[in-house]
Design a protein around this ligand. Structure first.
Ligand SMILES: [Zn+2]
Length: 244
């Protein structure tokens, strides 16, 4: 079996036995891969301390059924400015945990890889902004084919454009028009148009939700994500603790 090179983001790291690490990776070329890094805790020669959560690496590995073997790593970016800021760490960990849970092993998804690396680069180089998390989530859902319906009523299929009163219904997992939406959280037309814009601009930092808009968009996106999760996200607790 020969060693291949992959462009990789480290999604998670677990210590294993005395000296090894089990690492969950999201690779551009081979999707999600779990790998064993032998002696990674003791030998800095092969991995150089690179096996850290959300680090971006050029990784040498031998692909195998089950656990692949990590042979070496060159750092592309460890995102030092994320690591110096708790709220950025929380957001990066959350993004990685979402990808880890929502992507099956071996499923190649170059668009998702680009989205995740763009988010990490943006978090690293700019001040933390809560809108970016929602931008990431909206696009994550889109890339995975789970995009919530934002243009038409989830009950009667009417066009939602120019409707003054909209409501989000978790049971419909969508937005309801003025006639169908008797209960549920009100959603302003501004929030809806910013969510739609999030899916069309393609660049972090261009969409800014107001505090009310963040809460409305958050309710829609959290519900859309929650129905695809198989277990609670550990990083959400951390994110709440550092309140971002
Ligand atoms: Zn309707």
């Amino acid at each position: 079996m020969h060693s291949i090179e992959c462009d990789t983001v480290v999604l998670g790291v677990l210590d294993y036995a005395d000296a090894d690490k089990i690492v969950t990776l999201f690779t551009l070329e081979n999707g999600k891969v779990k790998g064993l890094a032998r002696n990674a805790k003791k030998s800095r020669k092969r991995f150089g301390g690179a096996l850290e959560p959300f680090a971006r690496l050029r990784l040498q590995l031998t692909l195998k059924e089950g656990l692949s073997t990590l042979n070496g790593a060159d750092v592309i970016n460890v995102f030092p400015h994320i690591r110096a800021d708790l709220s950025k760490i929380a957001n990066a960990a959350y993004a990685c945990e979402l990808v880890e849970q929502l992507v099956g092993e071996g499923e190649q998804n170059p668009r998702l890889f680009r989205l995740l690396t763009a988010y990490l680069e943006h978090l690293n180089l700019t001040d933390h902004a809560p809108s970016d998390r929602r931008f990431f989530e909206a696009n994550l859902l889109k890339v995975l084919g789970y995009q919530p319906e934002l243009a038409r009523c989830a009950s009667c299929d009417q066009d939602l454009a120019n409707m003054p009163q909209l409501r989000f219904s978790p049971s419909f997992a969508g937005i309801l028009c003025s006639s169908c939406g008797r209960t549920g959280r009100p959603v302003s037309p501004e929030t809806l148009s910013l969510l739609i814009r999030s899916l069309t601009t393609g660049r972090f930092g261009l969409v800014h939700f107001s505090p009310d808009g963040l809460a409305e968009a958050g309710a829609i996106l959290d519900a859309a994500i929650a129905c695809h999760l198989t277990r609670p996200l550990k990083s959400l607790n951390f994110m709440e603790q550092v309140s971002c």
